[in-house]
Design a protein around this ligand. Structure first.
Ligand code: WTA
Length: 653
């Protein structure tokens, strides 16, 4: 199933481009030469990145061992410690007084933590874990809100060679139970609660429920955040603060093999049991640090960096914890939601801390678009010099809005494509080098080989679409699915020999830029014409009255599938006559893409069902569009959204 060229041709109409500003190029970490260097000798290129960016306690002797493909070994024979690289060495280099984390709590409390202070905390926490019987190789589950202690907990695990499994703080107790069981974790680190939308929300309660009965968990370490009442088991539960206050402040980081597991991170997966994506130490850290340097253009001595992701997702692992900290960054960490106490919260933080690099998701950008540019315009955002996007395709309209309204019309915007599985950024513009095209992720970064192929696995021509694949191993690639080698081979490597299938559709434009079209499972087939949900969404969002849109393919007797769109209107359009507006939007899509893409149905809704990481759950919308009972809603950020949408459908009938 490759997206049709007809549909693809329409996205090619985006012709705005933004060449690099020479002043930015002058100071940029990324250079044109990096491409040439990597092309000349990929292994030598990565060996250089590994040696220059990472401190090894024992140098490696082989760059890549791919003899047991698809199980890669990178920097074979090398030994290092990720926590040492993220903390100790910055203190040893005389940067102990540099702020590592500007923490902003939702209620307004703030804390600045230097690298020296962080080091003491990480050492104490490592000693606490050791005292609880956690040894090198043992797994530790972390179920935490956005707190500095979450970072301390992760680095403490890394320090003793205990792989962590961070479980996003919005998951249910069932999700915790299955993940803890799958990883066989004996210790869980959590907090009493977290601040969400001005109220304390419980956290430990879910862990309590998840570890009762048959569970491998022996101890639960509890950070006090909200001070709310919690149930307590004296045998099992330990207050983090009490344990750390008694712990020795000295600890030697344990050197581990380059291929020693650093963490497991579960991805939702469309069906069945979640996949525990396994990442190891040397290659992961190298690519996380490298990409944070050349793609985010981090200059640790002068930048204030802010990645708004939750630490519970891979973006938080790679671009809050391991990449920026290996590079010695000063970063902002914010606990709460963007509209607490008001919709200017993020911009207030940018202004206060003079944030210079902001990395966020298209869904957040579109939300801010919906709220109106008057809000960010009230703040001084001139400190920003680079903006990044990750997680889903960014519509050209949102891209341009981001650059104009947030970036003052001057900052590069890098759209970065990667996955939990890839561990770090794979496709992106290099700021200062690449001429930017709004809506395109552009090209593989130096050292990475990505292609767009057809059903036969053959590269497509420029102007055509197909599947996004990776045809050379890369340092931060997943090393497997925890405990399930077969599933790893089957899921990612079985479609074509020696090719990693990412699951996304993409197209190449005439300049060879890559446009990621979204998951291939979101590609629709309407009357034999293949259409991308993303493309139609993009068209709807380009209409001045639309704030957000989600499109699904619903089964249709006549056409195979039919396009069903769910849209959220911008403020002033909400008063308009629904029927006229629906006609207008359908015609708009027909005109912009093709009559084939014209939605059979346009539903005006107040909210869209999203996962807690901001991804639209099209599966649920498909259920609604096909008049089925709505499936599992446990991963929705707000499960009442589905009731509202269904009510709207029923009223419409
Ligand atoms: C999608 C998040 C288009 C894609 C880092 C991928 C994107 C999935 C982009 C991975 C982007 C991520 N443009 N699509 N810049 N970035 N995606 O594992 O479908 O949460 O396969 O990793 O998100 O999501 P994950």
């Amino acid at each position: 199933m490759t997206p049709s060229n007809e549909a693809l041709a329409n996205l090619l109409t985006e012709d705005r481009d933004f060449p690099p500003d020479p002043a930015f190029t002058e100071q940029a970490n990324g250079t044109q030469e990096l491409f040439a260097e990597a092309d000349a000798d990929r292994d030598a290129f990565w060996a250089k990145q590994a040696r220059e960016r990472i401190t090894w306690s024992k140098d490696f002797d082989t760059v890549l061992d791919w003899s047991n493909a698809p199980f890669a070994q990178w920097f074979v024979g090398g030994e290092l410690n990720a926590a040492y690289n993220c903390v100790d060495r910055h203190v040893e280099a005389g940067n102990g007084d540099r702020v590592a984390i500007h923490f902003v709590g939702e209620p307004g409390d703030t804390r600045d933590i230097t690298y020296a202070e962080l080091l003491t905390e990480v050492k104490k926490a490592a000693n606490v874990l050791t005292s609880l019987g956690v040894n090198k190789g043992d797994r530790v589950a972390i179920y935490m809100p956005m707190l500095p202690e979450t970072i301390v907990a992760m680095l403490a695990c890394a320090r003793i060679g205990a792989p962590h499994s961070v479980i996003f703080g919005g998951f249910s107790s069932d999700a915790i139970r299955s993940r803890v069981a799958d990883a066989d974790a004996r210790v869980v680190i959590t907090a009493d609660g977290q601040n969400r939308r001005g109220k304390p929300a419980p956290l430990k309660a879910a862990v309590d429920e998840a570890v009762t009965g048959d569970s491998p968990v022996e101890h639960v370490l509890v950070v006090k955040r909200t001070g709310q009442d919690v149930a307590w088991d004296d045998q099992r539960d330990i207050w983090w603060d009490e344990a750390l206050s008694k712990a020795d402040a000295e600890h030697e980081a344990v050197p581990v093999d380059s291929e020693h597991p650093l963490f497991i991170l579960y991805t939702s997966g469309t069906t069945g049991k979640p996949k525990g994506i396994l990442h190891t130490t040397g290659g992961y850290l190298t690519q996380a640090a490298y990409t944070n340097s050349v793609v985010h253009d981090l200059h640790p001595e002068s930048d204030v960096y802010w990645c708004t992701a939750d630490v519970g997702w891979v973006t938080g692992h790679s671009y809050i914890v391991y990449g920026p900290m290996a590079n010695g960054a000063t970063q902002v960490m914010y606990e709460g939601t963007p509209d607490t106490p008001d919709q200017g919260r993020w911009w207030d933080i940018v202004q206060k801390y003079k944030v210079s690099i902001l990395y966020t998701a298209p869904t957040a950008i579109r939300t801010y678009m919906k709220w109106g540019k008057e809000i960010p315009e009230k703040y001084d955002l001139t400190s920003l010099r680079l903006l990044g996007s990750v997680g889903e395709p960014i519509n050209p309209e949102a891209w341009v809005w981001y650059r104009e309204v947030i970036g003052g019309g001057k900052t590069p915007v890098v759209d970065t494509w990667w996955q939990t599985e890839t561990g770090a950024i794979m496709i992106s513009a290099l700021p200062g080098v690449t001429t930017l095209k709004p809506g395109s992720a552009q090209a593989a970064i130096p050292g990475i080989s990505v292609k767009v192929v057809d059903d036969a696995g053959q590269p497509v021509q420029k102007g055509q679409g197909g599947y996004l694949i990776i045809d050379q191993p890369w340092p931060s690639m997943l090393r497997g699915i925890w405990g399930d080698d077969e599933r790893y081979k089957e899921t990612y490597w079985s479609r074509w020999p020696d090719i990693y299938f990412a699951g996304d559709g993409a197209k190449l434009d005439d300049d060879g830029n890559i446009w990621v079209l979204g998951r291939v499972d979101d590609v629709m087939n309407v009357s034999g014409h293949r259409l991308s949900t993303t493309e139609i969404e993009s068209s709807l969002v380009s209409h001045p009255k639309v704030a957000e849109a989600a499109v699904v393919g619903a089964t249709d007797e006549t056409t195979g599938q039919a396009v069903c769109a769910f849209v959220i209107l911008r403020g002033d359009a909400q008063q308009e006559d629904g029927e006229d507006l629906v006609t207008e939007l359908r015609n708009h899509v027909a005109k912009q893409i093709s009559p084939i893409a014209k939605p059979r149905q346009v539903m005006i809704v107040a909210e869209l069902p999203k996962t807690r990481s901001g991804k639209i759950m099209r599966r649920l919308l498909r259920d609604v569009a096909e008049h089925r009972e709505v499936g599992d809603v446990t991963t929705l950020a707000d499960s009442s959204v589905m009731d509202l949408i269904q009510q709207g459908m029923d009223d419409d009938k």
